[in-house]
Design a protein around this ligand. Structure first.
Ligand code: AMP
Ligand code: ZN
Length: 112
């Protein structure tokens, strides 16, 4: 498997892990766009949100729950943003489903 995030999950490429459980793994983005910029990924390789079939609904919900859990533990009480870039127009550059979690500063809207 040549997927970058699969290698991070396996531990063959280093990353700063912030959360892990049997379904999900979260680590710091290497090129942070906010004081807190984490990536939350399923351990299972799913290429994008578009590749998550019906049987992944629970897993998708779990990933959002992980985001909220991390936010609470990291003291992001003032707010944060969860983004799932999907496909070419969505700006997805790594083909392993991931939630960006951004916080620690006011975020503008709309994104570019
Ligand atoms: P996206 O453009 O939505 O597919 O997001 C991919 C994200 O992965 C970008 O924010 C990158 O900065 C991040 N990224 C790429 N390589 C690494 C790495 N080795 N460790 C942590 N984050 C990475
Ligand atoms: Zn992968």
């Amino acid at each position: 498997m040549s997927c970058l995030f699969c290698k991070i999950i396996e531990g063959t490429i280093p990353a700063q892990a912030v959360y892990q459980d049997e379904l999900a793994f979260a680590f710091s983005d290497i090129n942070p766009k906010a004081p807190v910029h984490l990536l939350i990924v399923p351990r299972e390789h799913i290429a994008s949100l578009n590749d998550a079939n019906n049987d992944k609904r629970e897993l998708l919900g779990h990933l959002l729950w992980v985001a909220a859990d991390i936010a609470e533990k990291k003291g992001l009480g003032k707010g944060y943003r969860v983004v799932v870039n999907t496909g070419e127009d969505g700006g997805q550059t790594v083909d392993h489903l991931h939630l960006h979690m951004l916080g620690g500063r006011p975020l503008t809207w709309p994104p570019g």
